[in-house]
Write a protein that binds this ligand. Structure first.
Ligand SMILES: [Zn+2]
Length: 332
């Protein structure tokens, strides 16, 4: 059996030229090709998402986000650096204030069945069916076990799910993450039976969950926090997985590729001054984590690494997610 690896895709932002690490794009992206038009050799590897149903224009006009339109626009973006396409993940309803687990079971099942139909349709109609990841919006262990097993039995060997939607609302944040790892626990179980599968976890992928994702046998993930934190919130990632406002820092010691190119005092001045510098530092920290995870996967030491990093992160909720991955959650 081949050794699995773990790949992180950060959110693509046009102005970060020169950074050619892997990125995630929405199916309707119009700026990616332009950003590398003058230097195609620098085009990053990328994963093409089926778009955020909770953002505009799709929250108001869901008819713009059909399985046909998603695939059509994704195919316009395909190049030799495209690693995957996520098929249409359908939400239980248009009310994005009620978390999945509080929706009626019939509504939840209808949504994931519609997502499965979209993935099967895409396989029949795609120019590159080998790139497809069957996408789901699923929020409970039992729903995940049910739909992932059906997909795998239909020979859809690449799966994907959207996470983190309800982490935007403070009152649901902790439970949303726990539910994410219940869903991934269902996948982790199935991935032992269906050995050659791959899983892309979309969203809900902050620095301090990357080890847990790999531990769940997730093969790739995407997240925006490193980019958004640096650009919009003025924050930098620490090696302990925390986001700290750069303008509150008095000292700085970092060996990442960006910071190591400056004297520590100058690196700190740059991080306080420049949003782009913060993103570059944050991206390097993510890539260091990713490299450490791949090293552990190759050496079969991922359990040790995960426990070691969770000790550093010092976050009870993350230990609970780890426990969830190690035991079968109670059936609801
Ligand atoms: Zn740094």
């Amino acid at each position: 059996m081949s050794i699995k690896s773990f790949q992180f895709y950060r959110t693509f932002v046009p102005k970060l030229r020169g950074l050619s690490d892997p990125v995630v794009l929405s199916f309707d992206n119009t700026t990616f090709a332009k950003a590398y038009a003058h230097d195609r050799a620098c085009t990053p590897h990328h994963f093409i998402h089926s778009g955020n149903f909770f953002s505009q224009p799709y929250a108001k006009k869901p008819e713009l986000r059909t399985r046909e339109r998603v695939l059509l626009l994704q195919e316009k973006l395909i190049s030799e650096r495209t690693d995957g396409l996520m098929t249409l993940n359908v939400p239980a309803n248009g009310d994005f204030t009620t978390p999945y687990w509080n929706n009626a079971e019939a509504d939840r099942l209808k949504a994931i069945e519609t997502s499965l139909e979209a993935a099967l349709w895409a396989r029949e109609n795609a120019q590159r069916p080998d790139l497809l990841y069957a996408g789901f919006e699923v929020g409970t262990y039992r729903d995940a076990l049910h739909i992932f097993e059906r997909a795998l039995n239909a020979d859809l060997t690449k799966l994907s799910a959207g996470f983190g939607l309800f982490s935007r609302l403070a009152k649901f944040r902790t439970e949303d993450r726990l539910r994410q790892f219940e869903v991934l626990s269902a996948y982790r179980q199935l991935s032992r039976e269906f050995a050659e599968t791959q899983f892309h976890a979309s969203g809900g992928s902050a620095l301090n969950v990357l080890e847990l994702l790999a531990y769940a046998n997730v093969t790739s993930a995407d997240g925006s926090s490193a980019v958004i934190a640096g650009l919009a919130y003025g924050s930098v990632l620490t090696a302990q997985g925390r986001l700290v406002r750069a303008n509150r820092l008095n000292e700085w010691a970092c060996n990442c590729t960006f910071c190591a190119g400056h004297r520590p005092r100058d690196a700190l001045i740059e991080l306080k001054r420049s949003p782009e510098a913060r993103v570059r530092h944050n991206v390097h920290i993510l890539r260091l984590s990713e490299a450490r995870i791949n090293d552990a996967l190759a050496n079969n030491t991922l359990t040790e690494l995960t426990e070691q990093r969770l000790t550093q992160y010092d976050n009870k909720a993350l230990w609970k997610c780890f426990a969830t991955l190690n035991e079968k959650p109670a059936q609801e």
